[in-house]
Design a protein around this ligand. Structure first.
Ligand code: PMP
Length: 383
């Protein structure tokens, strides 16, 4: 029986989320934008309840939440949507990090091919970018800084709190990709200063295919983001397209659950991590943990089993260990992790790195079983 510990790629849907979604599919099937009958109004009340649940989790206002198909789309709208403003203001300098998700890196690259200057900060071996380095790169032309909250491969928390405080006193806009922290670092996110934030439901036990772009208002005005798609004007034109009622209802429920249960969930996850680390320590195999654990979330462990190629290990354990070596979004064609490479780790460590990620619903005993299987495979591959 295979054990799934790849929650950073996608987490299982909470049964309570699923039941809200089934109810929406069965009983609330209108279009939230239909104005000519009560069916539309009924659905609109469901999407607006969910919008409030998302807003409450993040500590923002309802009208600052814009539903999208997920964090890939949110990242694209946040970055590409600022193009016109940057051109009009002649502020075409963007700073981001080299460990961002490909949705950020790809959008930034597109702008760099179209007249913008994009600078990338490497994090160093700790996996955490240096705050002072980022601040030193900001100039009057800097339109945007885009930095993720938690890295999806290493679980390392980036200095978005300090950076947000600094940027709030400047005219540079700040985008945070909070896909891996939303619903987990609940109090921390509420404390952040930012203009734009990307989140996604499926990393927090909600359904795949729904997320949001949060746009914070300043003096009653939204950030100067222009749509990158055109259609029926839904979500105030920021993300046109019929609202997927059931996905949105499920996302809202996942947010409400996270708000109530995150503290307990984190405690459970911390315990799992502690046990995994103890088992590793006792194992006698040669390993290195990637990323400074003083800044790591309790749901992720990136570990290199020295002398064992991660591709060989994944292949040997594929049938019973659901873990990964890299981000799912890029892992259909294996190439070395751009995150670990940007941390300038030795090649041997990069080639042997795997990511284990879990949630509070994981049975600790099963997680240990999975690691034991992995360790057995490591020993047999070394021989
Ligand atoms: N950003 C980060 C940090 C992620 O981990 C992911 C998912 N791997 C995304 C963006 C993309 O999210 P989605 O799957 O919702 O498009």
């Amino acid at each position: 029986m295979s054990i799934y510990l790849d929650y950073n790629a996608s987490a299982p849907v909470d049964p309570r989320v699923l039941s809200v979604m089934v109810d929406a599919y069965q009983n609330h099937f209108g279009n939230a934008d239909s104005r000519t009958h009560d069916f539309g109004e009924d659905v609109r009340s469901i999407t607006e309840t969910a919008r409030k649940q998302v807003a409450d989790l993040l500590g923002v206002k309802n009208d600052e939440v814009f539903f999208t198909s997920g964090a890939t789309e949110s990242n694209n709208i946040a970055i590409l949507g600022l193009r016109q403003f940057g051109e009009a203001e002649n502020r075409k300098h963007i700073i981001t990090s080299s460990i961002e998700h490909k949705a950020v890196l790809g959008a930034a690259k597109f702008l760099s091919e179209n007249g913008f200057e994009v600078e990338y900060v490497d994090p160093g071996e700790s996996g955490r970018v240096d705050l002072e380095r980022v601040i030193s790169m900001i100039c009057p032309d800097t339109l945007l800084v885009s930095l993720m909250h938690v890295n999806n491969e290493t679980g390392i928390i980036q200095p978005v709190k300090e950076l947000g405080e600094y940027l709030s006193k400047t005219k540079t806009l700040f985008h945070i990709d909070a896909t891996q922290s939303c619903g987990k670092l609940v109090e921390e996110i509420r404390d952040l200063h930012y203009d734009l934030m990307s989140i996604s439901a499926h990393k927090m036990h909600g359904p795949q295919g729904i997320g949001a772009l949060i746009m914070r208002k300043k003096r009653y005005r939204l950030p100067p983001v222009k749509p990158i798609m055109f259609g029926g004007g839904q979500e105030h034109g920021v993300r046109p397209g019929t609202l997927p009622t059931a996905l949105i209802a499920g996302f809202g429920e996942a947010c409400a659950i996270a708000e109530n249960e995150a503290a307990q969930s984190n405690a459970n996850c911390r315990e799992i991590k502690k046990q995994l680390l103890e088992l590793l320590e006792k194992s006698g195999v040669r390993y290195e943990i990637n990323g400074d654990q003083n800044y790591c979330v309790p749901t992720t462990l990136n570990v290199s089993f020295l002398g064992v190629s991660s591709e060989a290990l994944m292949l040997a354990t594929k049938r019973y260990c659901g873990v990964s070596n890299g981000s799912a979004c890029t892992s259909s064609s294996y190439s070395h992790s751009h995150v670990l490479s940007a941390m300038h780790l030795p090649a041997e460590r990069i080639e042997s790195a795997i990511r284990i990620s879990w949630g509070e619903d994981v049975n600790a005993e099963k997680a240990m079983q999975m690691l034991s299987h992995l360790l057995e495979a490591v020993r047999s591959l070394i021989r």
